[in-house]
Design a protein around this ligand. Structure first.
Ligand code: SAH
Length: 299
């Protein structure tokens, strides 16, 4: 198999660089698994990471130039063997593009700007800036699932910074959402992030936060059963929570689980299948797995 690779494209003009990033994300095959864009002093640098790199990067860059009717920009392709490519982009915490979502820090507010799918999250006390493979995998899965299914009632278990809850709120304009964390400080951070990202309109009242361990809290019980539970925790706690999560997901509803090392995935899958779920998706990034499971009929 070809090793993961990074395609770097440089362009002196900010707006053209963003157009190139947009074409890379939305219009070409294969789409990159991660993409960052930042100014490196002399030019805008777009770095697109591919787990399965394009066979002919020159052709790909030609196509982009043709689509945008611009001269072929400067580019280079290099392998990123054995390196945690999510960590690679972490140093400067540039924006992360995950499906339709762009997650950015306040230092990039000027560059990214506010929009329906841009989410402002500063690195801080709570976990979750989208630079970690587990958050990134969840965002991609949320992007995919919410395009295909009607989802009305969501639980984000272990919300950290609230990044997934905010993405879900944006992707599901008519759903109710509750986001919880065992850690009280994370709940405060998540609620503050939700306020910082508030859009104008009634959708902001649909997202609630609660401090709770697992699914036993009254705030969760009142809203169950859910048609989507997202939990980016860790394999051990996820296995312990399987029965509770199953009880709280309705038939035909889904759960997205992350924080699982690839080698732990079989045990998590087996546990959830024993609790009435069927596996419908398995994304692997670096050593991390993100699983999507659907609750079976009669389970
Ligand atoms: N959802 C965010 C954060 C994931 S980190 C993201 O995807 O980036 C995992 C979070 O789960 C942490 O904030 C941790 O405090 C919380 N957590 C761990 N065990 C939990 C439990 N049993 N119930 C609720 N939250 C839990």
């Amino acid at each position: 198999m070809t090793p993961p690779a990074k395609l770097a494209i440089r362009h002196p003009d900010r707006s053209t660089a963003h157009q190139i990033a947009g074409v890379l994300t939305d219009l070409i095959e294969p789409a990159p698994d991660a993409l960052t864009i930042f100014e490196d002093g002399t030019a805008w640098l777009i770095e697109a990471y591919f787990e399965a790199p394009p066979a002919d990067p020159g052709q790909l860059v030609d196509n982009i130039a043709n689509m945008l009717a611009i001269p072929v920009p400067e580019f280079g392709m290099e392998n990123v063997p054995d390196e945690n490519w999510v960590a690679l982009s972490q140093a400067a915490l540039p924006p992360v593009y995950a499906g339709r979502f762009t997650i950015y820090g306040s230092h990039d507010l000027e560059r990214v700007g506010r929009g329906l799918n841009t989410i402002l999250i500063d690195a801080g006390e709570a976990f979750g800036t989208a630079h970690h493979a587990t958050t990134y995998g969840c965002l991609l899965e949320i992007d995919r699932l919410t395009r295909r299914r009607v989802v009305r009632n969501v639980l984000d278990l272990g919300t950290g910074t609230g990044v997934l809850a905010i993405a879900l709120q944006r992707a599901l304009p008519s759903a109710r959402l509750i986001a919880t964390d065992i850690d009280a400080r994370s709940v405060e951070v998540a609620a503050a992030n939700a306020r910082a990202n508030a859009m104008i309109g009634p959708m902001d009242q649909r997202l609630q936060f609660a401090c709770a361990a697992g699914l036993a809290a009254p705030a969760i019980r009142e809203r169950a059963p859910f048609d989507l539970v997202v939990a980016n925790i860790l394999a051990g706690p996820l296995i312990k929570l399987a029965a509770d999560i199953s009880r709280n997901v309705e038939t035909g509803g889904s759960t997205i689980l992350s924080g699982i090392l690839v080698r732990q995935a079989p045990e998590v899958i087996a546990t959830y299948c024993a609790h009435g779920f069927a596996l419908t998706g398995h994304r692997r990034y670096e050593e991390w797995s993100t699983l999507t499971l659907v609750k079976r009929d009669g389970a």
